[in-house]
Design a protein around this ligand. Structure first.
Ligand SMILES: *Cc1c(COP(=O)(O)O)cnc(C)c1O
Length: 404
């Protein structure tokens, strides 16, 4: 029950043990194409170039930024937690000039502040995190696409922690490149980064295409502005997933199987149903924690559906509580980074853990551990408050796929 990675869906674990086939086996290429179609639905997009980058979520972030940014480009990065700093650092390594727009931790960045910075800087890229698990805040994205495009910028979004568990609309929100990972709401293992690329961003990437000498055809040029990474070169990754099937890396076969199964599991339950299940679990957890007398951290109106942060009560040993939860109850909750270290715990309800029994068991165990640590609350108050939230929701949101 931490902020991710979380338990994988058993179906995904089984998919990982599917026999391997060669990289140009017809079943392999058909599975790649099928997976592109599945992730178009998960991202809510018609983007042709919707595929996987091999590596953890960070590989997706780097692929996006290194493929869009050239040395000397300007990039605007709204920062409201740790991952905004990560985007800034990666953009800097690409040689870009980074302009941060900061919000205090625990709040989202106002769209007006982003608009002002984009109008002033006129960046090549506006790069933003959707859900920043370090603060549990979800940045509203609805207006950012229009802001970027009005000023000739592309909009990149890191949706690693939010995709699947929170409302997300790639096309309707005019997002140009979005990357994710499997180990949060998608209920898979870390190691594959789904990505989607708009036609507008594809144009920028296409202009930087390079084909490796050993497989280049006569007359094929390599752009003088070629992308600085070979492995994370989205132009080459597009050529590998697309009809040319130009050899690049060897697609990580087992992770392809896992990513495909993650998408199938979500789409079978229904994208909206999965989001509603995450919302119910997050709300029930938040209500339960508040009823245990814990202060919720951050602007609750902008809290991600799938992770809640609570302030650690004075006098309670932060790490001792986490250790006891794990050792005595087999439940893991999260610590925090940077300015929040030692101040808040982060409790996730994502993927297969976004279900009623997991929420109730965690609250019951936490009440017990807190009592032994000297923090008392009315007996059973956390579980009662969570049950009250579930009582107001449709029965299907209590369990994964609506199954008993
Ligand atoms: C968890 C998380 C990541 C993780 O990146 P990995 O390379 O998979 O460890 C990236 N971005 C955000 C916003 C996250 O919450």
């Amino acid at each position: 029950m931490g902020p991710g990675p979380v338990n994988a869906d058993p179906r995904v674990l089984r998919a990982l043990s599917t026999p391997l086939v060669g990289q140009y086996d017809p079943w392999m290429t058909a599975t790649m194409t099928e997976t592109m179609g599945l992730y178009r639905q998960v991202f809510a997009t018609e983007n042709e170039w919707t595929m996987l980058v091999d590596g953890t979520s960070r590989a997706g972030i780097e692929a996006a930024l290194v493929s869009l940014l050239e040395p000397g480009d300007d990039v605007v990065v709204p920062v409201f937690g740790r991952f905004g700093h990560l985007l800034s650092e990666i953009a800097e390594r690409c040689g870009a000039r980074v302009h941060q727009v900061e919000a205090p931790w625990g709040q989202a960045v106002p769209a007006s502040a982003v608009r002002e910075a984009v109008a002033r800087v006129r960046p090549a890229v506006l790069a933003v995190v959707h859900g920043d698990t370090s603060t549990t805040i979800a940045q509203p994205l609805e207006e950012l696409g229009a802001i970027a495009h009005e000023h000739g910028a592309l909009l990149y979004v890191d949706a690693t922690a939010s995709l699947g568990g929170n409302p997300f609309e790639t096309d309707a929100w005019e997002l140009d490149v979005v990357t994710a990972g499997l180990q949060k709401c998608l209920a898979g293992p870390p190691g594959s980064a789904p990505i989607t690329i708009s036609p507008r961003a594809t144009e920028v990437i296409d202009a930087r295409r390079s084909v490796e000498a050993g497989i280049r055809e006569p007359g094929e040029e390599t752009s003088s502005r070629r992308i600085a990474s070979n492995y994370l070169d989205l132009a080459q990754i597009i050529d590998y997933w697309g009809p040319r099937r130009l050899n690049h890396h060897t697609e990580a076969t087992s992770m392809l199987y896992a990513a495909r199964e993650c998408a199938r599991v979500i789409l079978q339950e229904g994208r909206d149903a999965v989001i509603a299940r995450h919302r119910a679990a997050g709300d029930a957890m938040a209500a339960g924690l508040a009823a245990l007398g814990l202060a919720l951290y951050g602007d609750q109106a902008h809290r991600m559906a799938n992770v809640v942060a609570v302030e650690i009560p004075a006098g309670v040993p932060a790490d001792g509580v986490r250790t006891a939860l794990l050792a005595d109850f087999g439940i893991e909750i999260g610590t925090s980074f940077g300015p929040l270290h030692g101040k808040v715990w982060r409790i996730g309800t994502m993927g297969v853990n976004a279900r009623k029994d997991a929420v109730l068991t965690t609250l019951a165990a936490l009440e017990q551990v807190l009592r032994r640590a000297g923090h008392t609350a009315p007996s059973g108050a956390g579980v009662d408050a969570a049950l009250a939230v579930y009582a107001e929701r449709p029965a299907e949101v209590a369990t994964v796929g609506g199954h008993a």
